[in-house]
Design a protein around this ligand. Sequence first.
Ligand SMILES: NC(=O)C1=CN([C@@H]2O[C@H](COP(=O)(O)OP(=O)(O)OC[C@H]3O[C@@H](n4cnc5c(N)ncnc54)[C@H](O)[C@@H]3O)[C@@H](O)[C@H]2O)C=CC1
Ligand SMILES: CC(=O)C(=O)O
Length: 306
Amino acid sequence: MASIPKQKVAVIGGGGNVGASIAFALIAKGVPAEVLIVDLSDKAALGQALDISDASFTMPGTCRQASFKEAGQADVIIVTAGARQKPDEPRSNLIDRNYTIIKSIMDGLQPIKSTAKILLVSNPVDVLTHIAQTTSGLPREQVIGSGTYLDSGRLRNTLSDITGVSPTSIHAYMLGEHGDNQFTGWSSARIGGLPLLDHPKLLGLDLDSINQKIARKAYEIIEAKGSTYYGIGMCAAIIAEALLNNTSQVFPLTHYVANLGCYMSWPAAIGSSGVEQSFDVKLDSTETKKLDIAVKAIKEACAKYT
Ligand SMILES: NC(=O)C1=CN([C@@H]2O[C@H](COP(=O)(O)OP(=O)(O)OC[C@H]3O[C@@H](n4cnc5c(N)ncnc54)[C@H](O)[C@@H]3O)[C@@H](O)[C@H]2O)C=CC1
Ligand SMILES: CC(=O)C(=O)O
């Protein structure tokens, strides 16, 4: 019996920590895809591909090194290439270094499969998603960024510790920018159908300090071990799986938010056509001010680099 060809997921920058963690998570989750590792460093790509392929022998997915041209024909193209933060360096500082890298990668991938979805992970992810869309030639809905999905996971874990409820049953988002301007959507957060802030364990807590703790978590990890990669590894694998399997799941992701006129991180349902729906989250006046700050910062950076 002829086997069904596997869908392809390319990881550009897969020779590095984040790319390799995503590739490993795809294999370990049992995603039945062919994972293609691409990197400027052939040696790093080969090493990671060989190592991850060793993890695949009881799993439906496979992993191998590939070229930029092959990656352009993948169903999902994940981009993790580029510089990462030094201790205490904001993500926004990376734009000068990563802008040219993302532009050259989009050139190197051409011709890109017309139905491909690009998932940006490199930082600053919101601005780089905008740059990837304009340089890739793909429609807006097919180019997304991992946005604040990781930050929202950090939030849900923290709220789980406070309330004693599973993080999977807490519906709460970090929003706006995957950067220092991210903010918690407290007023829209729900737990068991109730407003989260009505939960007795939340009463009297310093919400700003929780928000700050989440926004600073990457800095804490980078200070302790140099970089972060396992959290985003799992998050990007989950997003890629939703795109491949056409699940219409909702994630807080970087995508083009039409009524704000820019790419930013906001809840969206995604499937095999990319972004299917963007949700108009209701904010209170404090959150609206924080959103304005995030949108202004993203728009200013996009205007400078396009
Ligand atoms: N969005 C998110 O939530 C997160 C984003 N990141 C970002 O991911 C990026 C990668 O971080 P790490 O993997 O830790 O860095 P790393 O230094 O371990 O890996 C980067 C890789 O990119 C490759 N590379 C550089 N230029 C390239 C090009 N033109 N084409 C192909 N490959 C190229 C390098 O050879 C290297 O293997 C950084 O920008 C970091 O800030 C990291 C964690 C979370
Ligand atoms: C590095 C980064 O963006 C993060 O871990 O959130």
